[in-house]
Design a protein around this ligand. Structure first.
Ligand SMILES: Nc1nc2c(ncn2[C@@H]2O[C@H](COP(=O)(O)OP(=O)(O)OP(=O)(O)O)[C@@H](O)[C@H]2O)c(=O)[nH]1
Ligand SMILES: [Mg+2]
Length: 334
């Protein structure tokens, strides 16, 4: 009897995992940014080893720490200016105060108002989905993590009780449709597709029609990886957007640019060009796990003026967290 009970429990555990509490947002972010934290927060601590006093000589080391965490030149300069100013007023006396100063400055940059054209677009993270099917395009360069992020995003939306349809508009890369189909299966949702090599706008048309017919809450469009320099691919993207709007007025409601955090300042330069060509409404920053350059979050906010909506913290379906400035800064410094 007792053994049968244990077996049943083992079966439940193997099916559903241990009944452990889900890690909090802060815990998950903390794990992802541990290398960045080492590069930044712990470097600040070492600056103060050996009773070193707070004086302008620490600014050089601080600058190196901020730049090596990939905060970018402008945010680094702003933080150094703020620190220097406090130092001049003798308002900083130990490492803890210095960290608090850096942290509050980072939060300020991250919470700075987004571009006015973007602020007008409704955020998917917060939208309550009042008016009909919402359309989200996922765009970005090759291998940034678009398709994976779609799988994770669909999972989040499903957990919120929304119905989701996927659109396989990457008809270009071999096996791209199959990859999206696997994510659809994991989520138990439908994917609208055509055969490889089909016109992506035609797939978008089908998906919009299907989503509308089923009164789906959200349709997420997977697109092929593209560089802003490929004008034919950028024109193709515009055509997809126009097609979506023909079936669902106002679509796409969101165009989320997926950026790979590990590409650091290079990725940011690409993103700058990309967002000057396509009207992007937000960023999904992937692969924050395992990079020591998590400060790129700050550079992106400062440079692009776009909200970071989600952060990818691994390859699994649950490895994506909504981005929040305070939580991020806490995960780096607390
Ligand atoms: N560690 C980690 N890996 C990720 C994350 N997001 C995506 N990946 C991995 O990055 C690789 C590329 O992901 P895809 O989703 O195929 O990227 P994509 O942008 O759709 O690629 P293309 O369609 O070829 O342009 C895969 O091996 C993913 O598992 C993340 O947040 N963390
Ligand atoms: Mg893909």
């Amino acid at each position: 009897m007792c053994c049968a009970g244990i077996k049943a429990r083992d079966l439940m555990i193997s099916l559903f995992g241990k009944n452990e509490p889900e890690p909090t947002l802060l815990e998950r972010l903390k794990k992802s940014v541990s290398k960045t934290k080492a590069a930044l927060s712990e470097t600040v601590d070492t600056i103060f080893l050996g009773e070193r006093k707070i004086d302008p000589s620490i600014l050089k080391d601080l600058e190196t720490a901020l730049l090596s965490a990939d905060l970018g030149v402008k945010p680094t300069r702003e933080i150094l200016d703020a620190v220097r100013e406090k130092m001049d007023r003798n308002a900083l006396s130990d490492a803890a105060q210095l960290k608090r100063e850096i942290k509050s400055h980072i939060i300020r940059i991250l919470n700075a108002p987004v571009r006015p054209d973007v602020a007008a677009a409704s955020g998917i993270a917060t939208s309550q989905n009042g008016g009909g099917t919402r359309v989200i395009f996922i765009v970005g360069v090759n291998g940034a993590g678009k398709t994976t992020s779609i799988g994770k995003l669909a999972n989040r939306l499903r957990q919120e009780g929304r119905s989701v349809v996927l659109c396989a508009a990457d008809t270009f890369r071999a096996a791209a449709v199959e990859q999206l189909e696997i994510w659809a299966q994991r989520n138990g949702i439908e994917v609208i597709k055509q055969k490889s090599g089909a016109d992506p706008a035609a797939v978008v048309y089908d998906a919009m029609a299907a989503a509308k017919a089923r009164a789906a809450d959200v349709v997420i469009v997977d697109t092929a990886g593209r560089l802003h320099t490929k004008s034919n691919l950028m024109a193709e993207l515009e055509k997809m957007k126009r097609t979506a709007a023909k079936v669902i007025p106002g679509a796409p409601h969101d165009v989320l640019l997926v950026l790979d955090a590990t590409t650091g300042q290079n990725g940011l330069a690409q993103a700058r060009e990309f967002t000057s060509t396509v009207a992007v409404t937000g960023i999904i920053l992937t692969k924050l796990d395992g990079t020591a350059k998590g400060g790129i979050v700050v550079a992106i906010s400062r440079e692009l003026g776009l909200p970071i909506r989600f952060v990818g913290t691994g390859e699994q379906i649950n490895d994506m967290v909504p981005f929040d400035a305070e939580t991020y800064a806490n995960s780096l410094f607390d």
